[in-house]
Design a protein around this ligand. Structure first.
Ligand SMILES: [Zn+2]
Ligand SMILES: [Zn+2]
Length: 146
């Protein structure tokens, strides 16, 4: 299969727009897809139109969903636990009192485990500290800390 523009040159790929084979000189890569130079103008125009319309709507929808879910969970399981308190209690793990932050958020079982193992030899304490700081730490109901 040879290039549509250069019959003597072997094609390196198909244009994702018109589907014809082209050589590497004729193809241009846009966001991981190959297009021939003739269609590149059309592709860029369409990409502009898409980025003006669709993504804005998507982002709004996602935010609404997240907010709604958080409110529902917060209402069902009471006020969310404080990130600052959890952080301070977690740091106590470095002084031999590990797992108190887990008991604080309702994870009594794993908190007790941390307490008797010194925070899984500090490894668990370090992991929890990072996850509290990054906002990934959840209470026993799966709620993020406030
Ligand atoms: Zn094309
Ligand atoms: Zn060519």
């Amino acid at each position: 299969m040879n290039c549509t523009n250069h019959p003597e040159v072997e094609a390196q790929g198909m244009c994702a727009y018109c589907g014809k084979p082209f050589c590497s000189d004729c193809l241009v890569e846009v966001k991981g897809r190959m297009y021939c130079k003739q269609d590149l103008g059309n592709v860029l125009d369409e990409a502009k139109q898409n980025s003006n319309n669709t993504p804005t709507i998507n982002i709004t929808n996602t935010n609404d969903n997240v907010n709604t879910n958080t409110n529902v969970i917060g209402g069902m399981y009471g006020p969310r636990k404080s990130k600052t308190v959890a952080l301070i209690l977690c740091i106590l793990g470095f002084f031999g009192l590990a797992g108190i932050h887990r008991m604080y958020v309702g994870k009594v079982g794993s908190g007790f485990l941390h307490l008797i193992t010194c925070g899984l030899c500090f490894v668990g304490t370090v992991i929890d500290l990072i996850s509290i700081l990054s906002g990934g730490f959840r209470d026993s109901y799966g709620q993020p800390l406030a």
